[in-house]
Design a protein around this ligand. Structure first.
Ligand code: TYD
Length: 334
């Protein structure tokens, strides 16, 4: 078996590659990654010398790069490549449309051209938009509200349209907020942990009572692997952790875990524009084909804090250069 994984130097993609190579001994993986700011070769140091792993630098929006990565054929494509950060999509939306919609289109065309047997689109629960009550199901209407989630929704709609129009063999997973090792320190949990390790303040948007459903990256990677191997073509599967928490609850756990104090470190800052209050997904469909998350949230979070404490050499270089410019643009005026 040979799979093409795109965006495999990112957070969820790199954890997926590590898991798949470990658990599928006959599998080899080609990783096509554009090495944007979030694509980090250090995320896969431990597998890069494996004879079953090959890295190709390139953009999913470039048909020639995609063709080269596919070579004389792959059995499946799993698309992790995306611009993913809501705050960056507010500052600079264009890259989101290019990668998350047009890049997806290029991959779908490659699936047709090379007769690839399975294509899995890694998507997000954010495409459902703000969910004030209940839980989103896979056939609910999409109401994305940020340039990021609207781009991801655009990608999903292309994928599903190819299934309807051409019978392209597709699957979609919609994951909830993911946490764990190797997450770029712009997102809530790694940003706050790394700030707290450095005795710096943490910027909570608005009242901090927004709710996200947290999923450990190992559970997310296993969910994607499971849907790829057992999902029904043309179907969407929600992959959620079942751990709804307010941002203030997360902040309290991180502050306690790092031995800091809420009073000294929490800064309530100007809210994110168009900030979704709550996401929640129903995962019955993925559970019905045999997947369920297994990492208890408090254990997973404790292990994640410990990982960032033990791996300063991984994240400290990331919080320099480009990141500092972004941090200033994003937070200075707040
Ligand atoms: P984030 O990790 O950006 O994921 P998403 O917006 O895709 O859910 O943010 C998670 C939550 O944390 C979200 O409600 C926004 C909030 N947040 C802050 O309060 N401060 C921050 O500095 C960041 C990055 C996020």
């Amino acid at each position: 078996m040979r799979w093409l994984v795109t965006g495999g130097l990112g957070f969820i993609g790199s954890n997926f590659i590590r898991l798949a190579l470990r658990e599928r001994p006959g599998l080899s993986i080609v990783n096509l990654d554009a090495m944007t700011y979030a694509g980090n070769p250090a995320n896969l140091r431990d597998v890069e010398t494996s004879p079953r792993y090959r890295f190709v630098k390139g953009d999913i929006g470039d048909p020639a790069a995609v063709d080269a990565a596919i070579g004389d054929g792959v059995d499946a494509i799993v698309n992790f490549a995306a611009e993913t950060h809501v705050d960056r999509s507010i500052l600079d939306p264009e890259a989101f449309l290019r990668t998350d919609i047009l890049g997806t289109h290029v991959l779908l065309e490659a699936v047709r051209k090379h007769d690839v047997a399975r294509y899995l689109q890694v998507s997000t629960d954010e495409v459902y938009g703000d969910v004030s009550e209940g839980e989103s199901r896979e056939d609910d209407p999409l109401r994305p509200r940020s340039p990021y989630s609207a781009s991801k929704a655009g990608g999903d709609m292309q994928v599903l349209a190819y299934w309807t129009t051409f019978g392209t063999p597709v699957l979609v997973t919609r994951g909830s907020n993911t946490y764990g090792p190797y997450q770029y320190p712009e997102k809530l949990i790694p940003l706050f942990v790394s700030n707290l390790i450095d005795d710096q303040p943490v910027p909570v948007y608005g009242d901090g009572l927004q709710i996200r459903d947290w999923l450990h990256v190992d559970d997310h990677a296993r969910g994607i692997l499971h849907v790829l191997e057992h999902g029904a073509l043309g179907e969407i599967y929600n992959v959620g952790g079942g751990n709804p928490r307010t941002n203030m609850e997360i902040t309290q756990l991180l502050v306690d875990g790092c031995g800091r104090s809420m009073q000294a470190h929490v800064r309530h800052v100007e809210d994110r524009a168009g900030h979704d209050r709550r996401y929640a997904i129903d995962t019955a469909k993925a559970r019905a084909i045999g997947w369920a998350p297994v990492v208890p949230f408090e254990d997973g979070l404790r292990a994640t804090i410990a990982w960032y404490q033990a791996n300063e050499a991984w994240w400290r270089p990331l919080k320099s250069g480009e990141f500092l410019d972004y941090y200033k643009r994003q937070y200075a005026h707040r």
